[in-house]
Design a protein around this ligand. Structure first.
Ligand SMILES: [Zn+2]
Ligand SMILES: [Zn+2]
Ligand SMILES: [Zn+2]
Ligand SMILES: [Zn+2]
Length: 332
């Protein structure tokens, strides 16, 4: 802890020249919500794969929201018959719609494709789920319009089943999730509340002002999954810089660096960012458009649609285990 404090005071001094240093340990994935970052090379057993389980929970929450709007269904110009039919396609578990491919149990009960993998038997009759496809219901589904699942939050659109998922991903009424990586925080809310949430619940995240800053990640040699996070404020917007170290392929750790804007996908289009590793007579530059926190960075990291480098590259640019990344945000 005393080591940490001296780091912190050094940080304050460095901040004068717009350089920040801080770190998050691998442990921070599960604890970052209300704890200051903590590094413990000796600590083991952090729940690295937790992230996989969190998006479904968020989904669930959204579905509950949708469900509470419930009954009226319609709202579409399709008339009462269509929404009555659509209600026949409601999943008995999450109350979202069962959309093609539609599978039924041996008695003909339906369950949506999200809930299905989580069930051992039919939620209605307890019979085995089986793999019986219901083509007639699929054809019915293909002729109907379904209300957006954010109907309760204000979205009035009704969509063909093929367009529904894509729309909901982009729907302006979809609540924003906490943008901190690792998904340990379950907060959701409107865009205007994201920054107040970060400031209140994630006090350990450093916030720097300026379009051109240096992000100094310390202790990059720590084993296991680690992430470093920082906020950058410029052009009247807030950006979140994330550096993650993880093993997408076992035994092969990689670093992923990406910038997301605390804003909508539309706002994200107005900016570009540049990440630059610089030092020891070498330079590595990466430029891209920031992600919106509405999209999140998980997909970018999964698809390596960000700055990716391995530990040997990190070593070339680092100094005593500390890696400086120049971050420049520009307006398009
Ligand atoms: Zn369901
Ligand atoms: Zn059944
Ligand atoms: Zn919508
Ligand atoms: Zn949060």
């Amino acid at each position: 802890m005393s080591v940490r404090r001296s780091d912190a005071s050094r940080c304050l001094r460095l901040r004068a020249v717009r350089i920040a240093r801080w770190r998050f340990s691998r442990e921070s994935r599960s604890r970052r919500v209300s704890f200051p970052p903590r590094v413990g090379p000796g600590q083991k057993g952090w729940p690295m794969r937790k992230r996989a389980s969190s998006p479904p929970r968020a989904e669930q929450q959204r579905k509950r929201n949708k469900m509470s709007s419930g009954g009226g269904g319609g709202g579409s110009s399709g008339g009462g018959d269509s929404s009555d039919l659509a209600s026949l396609l409601e999943c008995p578990v999450c109350f979202d719609y069962v959309l093609p491919p539609i599978l039924q149990c041996q008695s003909g009960h339906l369950v949506c494709s999200n809930c299905r993998p989580k069930l051992n038997c039919c939620p209605t009759c307890r019979a085995p789920l089986g793999n019986i496809r219901n083509l007639a219901m699929e054809q019915v589904a293909n002729t109907l319009k379904f209300t957006c699942k954010y109907n309760a939050s204000g979205c009035a659109l009704s969509l063909a089943c093929g367009d529904k998922a894509e729309h909901e991903e982009q729907c302006p009424f979809r609540p924003y999730s906490c943008p901190c990586p690792g998904a340990s925080c379950k907060w959701q809310g409107p865009l205007e509340q994201v920054m107040p949430h970060l400031l209140a619940a994630h006090k350990s995240i450093t916030n720097l002002t300026g379009e051109d800053i240096v992000f100094l990640a310390t202790d990059i040699n720590l084993p296991g999954a680690v992430d470093w996070v920082m906020m950058q404020t410029c052009y009247g917007h807030n950006f979140m810089l994330i550096l993650e170290k993880q093993e997408k392929f076992e035994g092969h750790p990689q670093f992923f660096a990406v910038v997301q804007i605390v804003g909508s996908p539309k706002e994200a289009k107005n900016f570009a960012y540049k990440l630059e590793l610089n030092g020891n007579k070498r330079k590595l530059t990466y430029e891209a458009a920031p992600r919106s926190i509405h999209e999140g960075v998980a997909a970018a990291i999964n698809h390596s649609d960000c700055l990716v480098f391995d530990p040997s590259i990190a070593k070339l640019f680092s100094d005593h285990g500390n890696l400086g990344i120049n971050v420049t945000i520009s307006q398009i």
